[in-house]
Design a binder for this molecule. Structure first.
Ligand SMILES: C[S@@+](CC[C@H](N)C(=O)[O-])C[C@H]1O[C@@H](n2cnc3c(N)ncnc32)[C@H](O)[C@@H]1O
Length: 372
């Protein structure tokens, strides 16, 4: 079954500031005065990603890891900074961990005080649907900006991710109210996802956090904070970790250039890998032995495994088709008839029966009711 995820219930206080009503300590998720300033000064500047001479300039790709996506303010501010920098990295991967994703309307509402972010927020919420527990990749800016949303408890999901981050934003609630987000275990998982020159930034200067980061090999520096906070924190230069260069994408061999092999090769190459493809057949004609490309989603009720892979694949396809040059496709369909147990399974299939997926697939003309 699809694993349910509880969306954040955001309440708005008398000053129009977002409050997370779901958690007992009613933390502020952001503030009108602090919000964008904090994103720019604590996180972007802390990780040296602002303006001229930013660390990500002229890089092929850059990976940011954020703990606590919240209303996406740090993401939107980073997106804007990336867009405004002519020397920006060619591809930006923003990996965000979040237990209770905000609703699209709250994300939009929270950016109303920063009109410059609203166009980006609108693009974000247009793709903000079908977000159950697990990993989701949202692609923007013609595939140059990837938002990888990992939905679940950060302390559980962090270990299973495979990534090496260049910058890390630590933005869970405070260690006093939310110690799980700042535990030694979480910080050491972050170290495992880092390289020698990865920079971590946070507004949190709690002694235990600084000591733990120090114990893991990071050099911690308290820098001027945003009032009323005197300091914020930057952690960097961890000699215990490998060089960035040694862990950059490398080479890959793909055996078989059917639809699956060709797609894998194309996606890896787009991520900077050197890909060699081998097949007994010359040219691309025999691709999977079909005269046309077919999309055939697996029918699977599970939230994880194959079910999730199917949804991720469809979302990737939604994003990818419009980017293909000189490619035209038509909506047609195959009415597949099942009998007996298979028919029952199919009728019970929940893959597209969640309102979000139904809406998205219908809007794209991909779902023909009542065939399903
Ligand atoms: C201060 S807000 C983040 C604000 C956000 N970075 C932004 O730019 O809008 C903290 C976020 O951490 C999330 N969070 C708290 N504990 C978590 C946990 N254990 N795992 C994942 N997310 C968690 C909360 O749901 C909340 O959205």
């Amino acid at each position: 079954m699809l694993k349910p995820i509880t969306p954040a219930h955001i309440h708005w206080d008398e000053f129009g500031l977002p409050l997370n009503a779901q958690d007992v300590y009613r933390s502020h998720l952001g503030s009108k005065d602090l919000g964008l300033d904090q994103a720019q000064k604590v996180f972007l500047q802390g990780c040296q990603l602002s303006g001229r001479g930013a660390l990500w300039e002229t890089q092929d790709h850059w990976v940011i890891l954020e703990l606590g996506f919240g209303l996406g303010l740090n993401f939107l501010a980073t997106w804007q900074e990336w867009k405004n920098n002519r020397l920006r990295p060619k591809r930006l991967y923003y990996v965000a961990l979040e237990a209770n994703p905000a609703r699209a309307e709250d994300i939009l509402r929270s950016t109303q005080v920063w009109p410059e972010l609203m166009p980006l927020a609108q693009v974000l919420v247009d793709d903000w649907w079908g977000l159950d527990a697990g990993l989701h990749t949202l692609r923007f800016e013609r595939g140059q900006l990837h938002l990888l949303l990992s939905l679940g408890q950060a302390q559980e999901t962090l270990h299973s991710l495979q990534l090496v981050a260049d910058s890390v934003y630590l933005d869970g609630f405070s260690p006093t109210s939310n110690p799980e987000m700042w535990s030694f275990d979480v910080l050491s998982a972050i170290a495992k996802h880092s390289h020698k020159t990865t920079r971590l930034a946070t507004w949190c200067v709690a002694k235990e956090v600084v000591n733990n980061l120090h114990a893991l090999g990071f050099k911690c520096e308290k820098v001027t904070g945003l009032p009323p906070k005197k300091f914020s924190l930057v952690a960097k230069n961890n000699d215990n970790l490998p060089d960035r260069q040694s862990i950059l994408p490398q080479k890959c061999l793909v055996l078989g250039h059917g639809i699956a092999g060709a797609s894998v090769a194309q996606q890896l190459a787009a991520c900077g890998w050197q890909v060699s493809v081998f097949d007994v057949a010359k040219g691309l004609s025999p691709a999977s032995q079909v005269p046309i490309a077919l999309v055939y989603p697996h029918v699977n009720q599970s939230g994880e495994g194959l079910g999730q892979l199917t949804r991720q694949g469809l979302r990737a396809l939604f994003n990818h088709l419009p980017l293909l040059p000189d490619f035209s496709y038509q909506m047609s369909g195959v009415d597949e008839q099942f009998q007996g147990r298979k028919a029952k399974q199919f009728a019970e299939n929940k893959l597209f029966q969640t309102p979000d997926w139904l809406k998205a697939c219908s809007a794209k003309g991909w779902l023909h009711q009542p065939a399903g």
